[in-house]
Design a protein around this ligand. Structure first.
Ligand code: GAR
Length: 196
Protein backbone atom coordinates (compact mmCIF):
# COMPACT_ATOMS: atom_id res chain seq x y z
CA UNK A 1 0.00 0.00 0.00
CA UNK A 2 1.41 3.41 -1.02
CA UNK A 3 1.65 6.07 1.66
CA UNK A 4 0.65 9.54 0.43
CA UNK A 5 1.62 12.85 2.06
CA UNK A 6 -0.33 15.91 0.92
CA UNK A 7 1.03 19.46 1.21
CA UNK A 8 -1.44 22.34 1.40
CA UNK A 9 -1.49 26.05 2.12
CA UNK A 10 -5.19 26.85 2.33
CA UNK A 11 -8.65 25.37 2.31
CA UNK A 12 -7.48 22.07 0.95
CA UNK A 13 -10.42 21.16 -1.26
CA UNK A 14 -8.14 19.15 -3.56
CA UNK A 15 -6.58 17.46 -0.53
CA UNK A 16 -10.05 16.44 0.69
CA UNK A 17 -10.89 14.92 -2.69
CA UNK A 18 -7.63 12.99 -2.70
CA UNK A 19 -8.23 11.73 0.84
CA UNK A 20 -11.82 10.68 0.04
CA UNK A 21 -10.60 8.82 -3.03
CA UNK A 22 -8.09 6.70 -1.10
CA UNK A 23 -10.48 4.04 0.15
CA UNK A 24 -11.56 0.52 -0.72
CA UNK A 25 -9.36 -1.09 -3.36
CA UNK A 26 -7.36 2.10 -3.95
CA UNK A 27 -3.64 1.27 -3.81
CA UNK A 28 -2.78 4.23 -1.54
CA UNK A 29 -3.70 5.75 1.80
CA UNK A 30 -3.03 9.21 3.26
CA UNK A 31 -0.21 9.28 5.83
CA UNK A 32 0.14 13.04 6.48
CA UNK A 33 -1.35 16.41 5.64
CA UNK A 34 1.33 19.08 6.01
CA UNK A 35 1.02 22.84 5.68
CA UNK A 36 3.25 25.90 5.72
CA UNK A 37 0.39 27.73 7.47
CA UNK A 38 -0.71 26.50 10.92
CA UNK A 39 -4.06 28.25 10.28
CA UNK A 40 -4.77 26.49 6.98
CA UNK A 41 -8.42 25.40 6.98
CA UNK A 42 -7.53 22.09 5.42
CA UNK A 43 -5.48 21.01 8.45
CA UNK A 44 -8.48 21.01 10.76
CA UNK A 45 -10.56 19.18 8.18
CA UNK A 46 -7.89 16.50 7.74
CA UNK A 47 -7.50 16.11 11.51
CA UNK A 48 -11.28 15.61 11.81
CA UNK A 49 -10.93 12.77 9.32
CA UNK A 50 -8.31 11.13 11.53
CA UNK A 51 -5.31 11.89 9.31
CA UNK A 52 -2.02 12.88 10.95
CA UNK A 53 -1.40 16.60 10.39
CA UNK A 54 1.60 18.89 10.84
CA UNK A 55 2.47 22.50 10.13
CA UNK A 56 5.77 24.29 9.63
CA UNK A 57 5.12 28.03 9.53
CA UNK A 58 7.30 29.55 6.81
CA UNK A 59 7.09 33.09 8.19
CA UNK A 60 9.72 32.89 10.98
CA UNK A 61 12.25 31.79 8.33
CA UNK A 62 11.93 35.23 6.70
CA UNK A 63 12.54 34.05 3.16
CA UNK A 64 15.33 31.58 3.99
CA UNK A 65 13.91 28.78 1.83
CA UNK A 66 16.62 26.28 2.68
CA UNK A 67 16.13 26.65 6.45
CA UNK A 68 12.34 26.39 5.98
CA UNK A 69 12.74 23.20 3.96
CA UNK A 70 15.08 21.67 6.53
CA UNK A 71 12.22 22.08 9.01
CA UNK A 72 9.54 21.01 6.52
CA UNK A 73 11.28 17.81 5.59
CA UNK A 74 11.35 16.57 9.16
CA UNK A 75 7.65 15.67 9.61
CA UNK A 76 7.49 14.73 5.94
CA UNK A 77 10.26 12.13 6.12
CA UNK A 78 8.93 10.90 9.48
CA UNK A 79 5.67 9.98 7.71
CA UNK A 80 7.63 7.82 5.23
CA UNK A 81 5.62 8.77 2.15
CA UNK A 82 5.91 6.84 -1.11
CA UNK A 83 4.14 9.68 -2.94
CA UNK A 84 4.01 13.40 -2.13
CA UNK A 85 1.10 15.43 -3.52
CA UNK A 86 1.28 19.22 -3.65
CA UNK A 87 -2.34 20.36 -3.50
CA UNK A 88 -2.55 24.15 -3.39
CA UNK A 89 0.87 24.36 -1.71
CA UNK A 90 1.88 27.94 -2.39
CA UNK A 91 5.57 28.00 -1.47
CA UNK A 92 8.25 27.67 -4.14
CA UNK A 93 10.46 24.68 -3.33
CA UNK A 94 14.20 24.58 -4.03
CA UNK A 95 15.93 22.02 -6.22
CA UNK A 96 17.51 20.00 -3.35
CA UNK A 97 14.09 19.50 -1.73
CA UNK A 98 12.47 18.55 -5.03
CA UNK A 99 15.28 16.18 -6.00
CA UNK A 100 14.77 14.30 -2.75
CA UNK A 101 11.23 13.41 -3.84
CA UNK A 102 11.60 13.56 -7.61
CA UNK A 103 9.72 10.85 -9.47
CA UNK A 104 7.24 10.55 -6.61
CA UNK A 105 6.07 14.15 -6.14
CA UNK A 106 2.99 15.46 -7.99
CA UNK A 107 1.48 18.94 -8.29
CA UNK A 108 -1.80 20.33 -9.54
CA UNK A 109 -1.68 23.63 -11.37
CA UNK A 110 -4.76 25.62 -12.47
CA UNK A 111 -3.87 26.05 -16.15
CA UNK A 112 -3.26 24.00 -19.25
CA UNK A 113 0.53 23.77 -18.90
CA UNK A 114 2.83 24.77 -20.49
CA UNK A 115 0.59 27.83 -20.74
CA UNK A 116 0.33 30.14 -17.70
CA UNK A 117 2.92 28.90 -15.26
CA UNK A 118 2.97 30.80 -11.95
CA UNK A 119 0.19 32.85 -10.39
CA UNK A 120 -3.03 34.60 -11.56
CA UNK A 121 -3.52 31.95 -14.23
CA UNK A 122 -7.24 32.58 -14.74
CA UNK A 123 -6.96 36.35 -15.10
CA UNK A 124 -4.12 35.91 -17.58
CA UNK A 125 -6.05 33.33 -19.63
CA UNK A 126 -9.11 35.62 -19.83
CA UNK A 127 -6.93 38.63 -20.67
CA UNK A 128 -5.31 36.69 -23.50
CA UNK A 129 -8.71 35.82 -24.99
CA UNK A 130 -8.36 32.06 -24.49
CA UNK A 131 -11.50 30.09 -25.32
CA UNK A 132 -10.34 27.13 -23.27
CA UNK A 133 -8.76 26.83 -19.82
CA UNK A 134 -8.18 23.97 -17.42
CA UNK A 135 -5.81 22.30 -15.03
CA UNK A 136 -2.78 20.05 -15.13
CA UNK A 137 -1.32 17.40 -12.83
CA UNK A 138 2.39 16.93 -13.40
CA UNK A 139 5.47 15.42 -11.83
CA UNK A 140 7.45 18.04 -9.95
CA UNK A 141 10.90 18.86 -11.28
CA UNK A 142 13.13 21.77 -10.22
CA UNK A 143 11.77 24.13 -12.93
CA UNK A 144 8.57 25.89 -11.78
CA UNK A 145 5.30 24.32 -13.02
CA UNK A 146 7.20 22.06 -15.35
CA UNK A 147 7.81 18.31 -15.38
CA UNK A 148 6.11 15.42 -17.16
CA UNK A 149 2.37 15.92 -17.55
CA UNK A 150 0.26 13.17 -15.98
CA UNK A 151 -3.16 14.58 -16.76
CA UNK A 152 -5.09 17.57 -18.02
CA UNK A 153 -8.73 18.62 -17.85
CA UNK A 154 -10.30 21.29 -20.03
CA UNK A 155 -13.15 23.73 -19.48
CA UNK A 156 -14.53 26.42 -21.78
CA UNK A 157 -13.90 30.08 -21.05
CA UNK A 158 -17.32 31.76 -21.24
CA UNK A 159 -17.82 35.27 -22.55
CA UNK A 160 -17.97 37.64 -19.59
CA UNK A 161 -16.08 35.21 -17.35
CA UNK A 162 -14.41 36.72 -14.30
CA UNK A 163 -11.25 35.12 -12.91
CA UNK A 164 -13.29 33.85 -9.94
CA UNK A 165 -15.99 32.29 -12.13
CA UNK A 166 -13.38 30.59 -14.28
CA UNK A 167 -11.43 29.45 -11.20
CA UNK A 168 -14.57 27.80 -9.79
CA UNK A 169 -15.20 25.97 -13.08
CA UNK A 170 -11.59 24.80 -13.22
CA UNK A 171 -11.59 23.75 -9.56
CA UNK A 172 -14.49 21.35 -10.21
CA UNK A 173 -12.32 19.67 -12.82
CA UNK A 174 -9.30 19.66 -10.50
CA UNK A 175 -11.41 17.64 -8.06
CA UNK A 176 -11.98 15.00 -10.74
CA UNK A 177 -8.55 15.04 -12.31
CA UNK A 178 -6.25 14.83 -9.29
CA UNK A 179 -7.82 11.69 -7.74
CA UNK A 180 -7.87 10.00 -11.16
CA UNK A 181 -4.18 10.74 -11.74
CA UNK A 182 -3.14 9.77 -8.21
CA UNK A 183 -4.84 6.41 -8.50
CA UNK A 184 -3.21 5.67 -11.83
CA UNK A 185 0.19 6.87 -10.56
CA UNK A 186 -0.08 4.72 -7.42
CA UNK A 187 -0.78 1.75 -9.70
CA UNK A 188 2.55 2.50 -11.42
CA UNK A 189 0.96 3.85 -14.61
CA UNK A 190 2.17 7.25 -15.80
CA UNK A 191 0.10 7.37 -18.99
CA UNK A 192 -1.43 10.87 -19.13
CA UNK A 193 -5.16 11.23 -18.44
CA UNK A 194 -7.30 13.62 -20.44
CA UNK A 195 -10.66 14.91 -19.09
CA UNK A 196 -13.50 15.26 -19.78
C1 GAR B 1 -6.14 25.09 -6.61
O1 GAR B 1 -6.87 25.75 -7.62
C2 GAR B 1 -4.77 24.70 -7.13
O2 GAR B 1 -4.75 24.32 -8.47
C3 GAR B 1 -4.01 25.98 -6.93
O3 GAR B 1 -4.45 26.46 -5.69
C4 GAR B 1 -5.81 26.04 -5.46
C5 GAR B 1 -5.88 25.38 -4.11
O4 GAR B 1 -7.20 25.09 -3.75
N1 GAR B 1 -2.61 25.76 -6.95
C6 GAR B 1 -1.72 26.63 -7.43
O5 GAR B 1 -2.03 27.72 -7.87
C7 GAR B 1 -0.29 26.16 -7.38
N2 GAR B 1 0.57 27.09 -8.00
P1 GAR B 1 -7.50 24.04 -2.58
O6 GAR B 1 -6.69 24.47 -1.36
O7 GAR B 1 -8.98 24.22 -2.34
O8 GAR B 1 -7.16 22.69 -3.07
Amino acid sequence: MNRVAILISGGGSNMLRLVESMAGDHPARPCLVLSNDPGAGGLARAAEMGIPVAAVDHRPFKGDRTAFEVALVEPLEAAKPDIVCLAGFMRILTAPFIERFQGRMLNIHPSLLPRYRGLKTHARAIEAGEVEAGCTVHEVTPALDDGPILGQARVPVMSGDTPDALAARVLEMEHRLYPAVLRRFAEGDRTPISLP
